[in-house]
Write a protein of this length. Structure first.
Lengths: 118, 108
C-alpha cells in the first residue's frame, strides 16, 4: 500500500523557519518525482515545488522568492521542505504528493498544518 | 506561470443531472498535460483525470474529460450525492505547475 506521511508542522512566529518531512512507503521513492502542494485555510490548492527522482531538477513557484527549498533522501524514503522567512500568508496545510509514471499527482499524504502567527 | 481559470465558481445541480466544469489556461498547455482533482472536506485531493482525458485508477466512468491547447472540460454524466466536492484543474505541462482556483459542486 502506498503511503505518504507528513510531519514537522506546527506554530511558528513570522520570520521563523520550519522543516517539513514526508516519509513514504509502499513504493520506491527514487523512482518518482515528488511535489509539495499547500492549501491555506478555506482556500484552494497552490502548487509549491517539485524535485526530480534523483534531486537534480528542482522547480518552485515564483511567489515563494526562494524562501522554500525542497530536498530528498531516497535511501531513507524521505522528502523535505525547508521553509524560511515565514510569513502569515504561509499558513496552510502542506501536502506531499507523488508524481506517478505517465500520470501526475496520483498519491497524496494527509498534510501537515503550518501556522505562522505571533 | 500558466494561469488556470475555472468556471463556474460554484454550481448547484440536481441528482442525475449532467455537470460540465470548465478550465481555461492563459497559454497553451504542453502535451495537454491537464489533470482534474476532486477534494472533499478534510481530505487530500483525489486524482480523477490525467492527460486531459484519461481516467485514473478506480474512477467511475461517469467522470470524463476532454480538451486541448487552452480549453479543458470535466463532465459528470449523472450527478451523484457523493460527487459533492470542490474540483480543481491542474497543469503539469510546464516545469512550474499550477492549479485552477476550483469549482464548488453542490447538490440541490
Amino acid at each position: 500500500e502506498v503511503r505518504l506521511v507528513e510531519s514537522g508542522g506546527g506554530l511558528v512566529k513570522p520570520g521563523g523557519s520550519l522543516r517539513l518531512s514526508c516519509v513514504v512507503s509502499g513504493f520506491t521513492l527514487g523512482d518518482h518525482t515528488m511535489h509539495w502542494v499547500r492549501q491555506a485555510p478555506g482556500k484552494g490548492l497552490e502548487w509549491v515545488s517539485s524535485i526530480s527522482s534523483r534531486g537534480n531538477y528542482i522547480y518552485a513557484t515564483a511567489s515563494l522568492k526562494g524562501r522554500f527549498t525542497v530536498s530528498r533522501d531516497n535511501a531513507n524514503n524521505s522528502l523535505y521542505l525547508d521553509m524560511h522567512s515565514l510569513r502569515d500568508d504561509d499558513t496552510a496545510r502542506y501536502f506531499c504528493a507523488r508524481h506517478g509514471w505517465g500520470t501526475t499527482l496520483d498519491f497524496w499524504g494527509q498534510g501537515a498544518l503550518v501556522t505562522v502567527s505571533s | 506561470e500558466t494561469i488556470l481559470t475555472q468556471s463556474p465558481g460554484t454550481l448547484s445541480v440536481s441528482p442525475g443531472e449532467r455537470v460540465t466544469l470548465s478550465c481555461r489556461a492563459s497559454e497553451r498547455i504542453s502535451n495537454d498535460f491537464v489533470a482534474w482533482f476532486q477534494q472533499k472536506p478534510g481530505h487530500p485531493p483525489r486524482l480523477l483525470i490525467y492527460g486531459a482525458s484519461s481516467r485514473a485508477t478506480g474512477i467511475p466512468d461517469r467522470f470524463s474529460a476532454s480538451g486541448s491547447v487552452t480549453d479543458f472540460t470535466l463532465t459528470i454524466s449523472a450527478m451523484q450525492p457523493e460527487d459533492v466536492a470542490v474540483y480543481y484543474c491542474h497543469q503539469y505541462g510546464s516545469a512550474v505547475n499550477t492549479f485552477g482556483q476550483g469549482t464548488r459542486l453542490e447538490i440541490k
